[in-house]
Design a protein around this ligand. Sequence first.
Ligand code: ADP
Ligand code: UDP
Length: 238
Amino acid sequence: MDKKDFLYEGKAKQIYSTDDENKLIILFKDDATAFNAQKRGTVESKGVLNNTISTMIFNYLEKNGITTHFIEKLNEREQLVEKVDIIPLEMVVRNYVAGSMSQRLGIVEGHKSPVTIFDICYKKDELGDPLINDHHAVVLGAATYEELKYMYEVTDKINELLKSLFDKMNIILVDFKIEFGKNKDGKIILADEISPDSCRLWDKDTLKKLDKDRFRRDLGGVSEAYIEIESRMKNVLN
Ligand code: ADP
Ligand code: UDP
């Protein structure tokens, strides 16, 4: 299927229409942003790597009973997906404390949480994607309580599946962000991407960061880290 019209562009991807009104093409760019786009850059081949990694993860989740927007990988940078109305919430899961939670609460980065932590952020660039709670999400009209309950249940399942996958890769899944959307039948399905852009991934033995924190914190070796994730995932899934 070919790209038709350019529809819109986010910080890391472009979205195109296709001949089928219910299908979109997502193009993964090499652009990287952090801290609400105050820091910008490019990471060589990041789009190609994230397209491959996200494809492997969405296929794995589908095989394990998660309904997603993913249809097929078209080429190096593009994938065909089911069009959804994105629910403007970032569902964040934390197995270890890191990043913004570590800073906000003064908990040392790397603290293993005794419980799975679920955060939601309101997807609104102008406001800097603020951390909100369920009641705020309902007042904003982003989701109903029933929809939130369903998204938490699916998010929990996804966390268990991802923890198991990354464990086999000798990697700790510290935290991650996912997005859901409603398809033409009104069903809530997993959308967007799952990649080292949207997860914190630490090597189990060395605790080396193999994710976007290498870009955020100027640690160097960003592409190399993404290549390492791609290679370990291929070994485990093929
Ligand atoms: P952002 O700047 O929000 O990080 P990206 O550069 O990642 O955005 O661009 C992807 C955009 O496409 C996001 O707004 C995401 O919510 C949206 N999107 C992802 N999957 C779908 C889909 N299946 N249908 C419609 N929009 C989608
Ligand atoms: N995350 C993301 N997009 C965002 C915000 C966060 O993919 O807009 C991911 C991030 O990569 C990490 C997790 O969500 O894996 C938790 O991020 P956190 O709230 O700690 O924010 P950050 O430190 O990235 O500002």
